[in-house]
Design a protein around this ligand. Structure first.
Ligand code: HEM
Length: 123
């Protein structure tokens, strides 16, 4: 059996790796015509980047505390569509590829992101 003995946090390269992935993710969003409008108007990008890094670190089993809002509160009232949700996941998968994350680890992240769809789409 190929049972992982590390956490997902380790497999993503700990905080440094997750910070790189998050920066690639945000760049992909800004370049993606399906969602760029959502992100182009954000005032404090540094704050968003920090919160997203902490969110991914904490969710992947790292020691970081996440100080942002929960997913429902964050996305409530935005009227996010299924198409936008898929576009954001595509951006995340592309960020993992560009950061050299292997397919089995990408699939772990995909499953986690997909599981949040009820807290993001049209909430
Ligand atoms: C599983 C999918 C998603 C996850 C895990 C996720 C995660 C997050 C996190 C952690 C934040 C930061 C919250 C904070 O700073 O308090 C955030 C903010 C945001 N998300 Fe998402 N998100 C997802 C999908 C989406 C989608 C599909 C859209 C729309 C295209 C979207 C649009 C936004 C926007 C515009 C913000 C900034 C809110 C603001 O600071 O005003 N998200 N998201």
């Amino acid at each position: 059996m190929n049972t992982p003995t590390t956490t997902l946090y380790d497999r993503l390269g700990r905080r440094d790796g997750i910070a790189r992935i998050t920066r690639a993710l945000i760049q992909n969003h800004l370049a993606n015509p399906l969602v760029s409008n959502r992100y182009a108007q954000i005032q404090d990008m540094d704050r968003l980047e920090r919160n997203v890094i902490d969110f991914f670190c904490a969710g992947a089993g790292g020691p970081e505390a996440y100080a942002g809002k929960d997913m429902l509160a964050t996305h409530r009232g935005m009227n996010i569509s299924e198409q936008e949700f898929v576009a954001v996941i595509d951006d995340a998968m592309a960020a993992l590829v560009s950061c050299g994350i292997e397919p089995p680890v990408r699939n772990e992240v995909l499953a986690i992101l997909w599981s949040m769809k009820g807290e993001v789409i049209r909430v």
